[in-house]
Design a protein around this ligand. Sequence first.
Ligand code: SAM
Length: 295
Amino acid sequence: MDKIHPLIANASTTRHILKSFNLRASKRLGQNFLIDKGVVDDIVYAADIVEGEQVLEIGPGIGTLTQGLLEAGACVTAVELDKKLPAVLAETLAGYENLKIIQSDILKVDILEIMGGQPFKVVANLPYYITSQIILTLLEKKLPITKLVTMVQREVAERMVATPESLSVAKESAKTYGALSVAVQFYTEPRIVFDVPPSAFLPSPEVTSSIIVCDIRKTPAVEVEDDKFFFRVVRGSFGQRRKTLINSLAGAGFTREVLSKAMEMSKIEPQRRAETLSLEDFATLSNNLKMFITK
Ligand code: SAM
């Protein structure tokens, strides 16, 4: 007979597990455990899990979301930094097959190797202190990820989907448009699917969270000759937000002479600000700039 597993996603079970292992949620590690089964179900639904597919979970905590993913039939590889948690997970998720727990830092582990080189989805309630860093690392490593479903702070989700002034219906969106928006939209098609109130977590964070689904594009949104150079230009452009594009990029180490020529070729006014440039504008500028630099 199948083993019936007690449900982790509620406040009393979460408190009980923490107490039994003599643990306290660590603020430093961004530990806000989910206690709402409805939210776990919604995340699993958003991830569109197919029986037997590979999922990388970042930060399983005490196993709340992991349980939802396993119940849906996923084969989960879960990477947890906290050295105390694998012993907890061995108990809370005892009896589940298709689960591999790796105690490591997601920013340091060889993800391709632990996922066996196979395509996989990433599903995670991310630790908020390094959300952007994790997302950028996953995208820039060009791993065989098909979908990224993450819980992040609402403000970060807004930055991920923000568009430049020229394309924004809401002026507010342009204010949050930056290097993270460009990177996420270059590699993926992101959409915010729903908001999650602080009451869905223990301990509850101070801010509202959002679930964001990023479908990985087969090819990047715009054609660039050298994506490392493209991101150097993007980061340099947003380096000093209040400055004009030419001043920001000059501050990032490009000469004014080369910048003026490349901007003229790209039909981009040097006095514009980075937040007005679309992905296409950044691609044109970086391709032209690269030409002058390698000449
Ligand atoms: N998945 C659980 C849930 O939904 O209840 C816990 C989510 S909690 C917001 C974030 C988890 O990420 C914590 O368990 C924390 O210890 C872990 N974590 C923090 N930094 C990490 C890192 N660099 N690599 C892997 N896990 C990390």
